[in-house]
Design a protein around this ligand. Structure first.
Ligand code: HEC
Length: 154
């Protein structure tokens, strides 16, 4: 296994970074959303998971172009920018906290940076950003998706 592959595995095993210990800043989001808006969020999450798997696979094989396109897909799927009706957007915004919006923005920002690092062919940077992105999934789920993932409760 190459160096990056070893790093990725090691990281997946020890992703319990100290930052994950902080208290959740808000309650769960999903069960407070109207069904159709929750459906959109789930759709995005399933797409994000698929893209993340593709990125891991491509990253350990040096396929920068695949990392770049999948990271861009995550970046572009930003739920708060998606084609939602004004009513959907209002419903979403009335449920989510500033902390959630901030996490979502940070997450999609990381995906954008990852796409750029892949275009630049910088593997160490890609690995670092992928790690930070994974951490962002876990932090948001632990704070805002505990109704969907009770085991993420801190
Ligand atoms: C800004 C917050 C946030 C970030 C970042 C985030 N998620 Fe989520 N995710 C959620 C919420 C909220 C739910 C629960 C939705 C619900 O209750 O229906 C969820 C649910 C999911 C689900 C379950 C979908 C389903 O079918 O029920 C998957 C899979 C998922 N996320 C994957 C990911 C992955 C992979 C990442 C990172 C690469 C990620 N998420 C990053 C907020 C986030």
């Amino acid at each position: 296994m190459n160096k990056i592959g070893t790093l990725v595995l090691a990281t997946l095993l020890v992703l319990s970074a100290p930052t994950l210990a902080e208290k959740p800043s808000a309650s769960a989001v999903g069960s407070n959303l109207p069904e159709n808006v929750r459906g959109l969020l789930k759709q995005e999450m399933v797409a994000v998971l698929g893209a993340s798997k593709n990125i891991l696979e491509a990253l350990v094989q040096g396929q920068d172009d695949i990392v770049a396109s999948n990271a861009k897909a995550i970046h572009d799927s930003f739920i708060l920018k998606q084609a939602m009706t004004d009513a959907d957007r209002q419903a979403l915004m009335s449920v989510v906290s500033d902390a959630f919006v901030e996490k979502d923005r940070g997450f999609h920002g990381l995906a954008g940076s990852l796409s750029q690092a892949a275009k630049d062919g910088d593997r160490e940077q890609q690995f670092m950003l992928f790690q930070q992105m994974t951490e962002a999934c876990m932090e948001c789920h632990a704070a805002h998706a505990t109704d969907r993932f009770p085991q993420m409760q801190k």
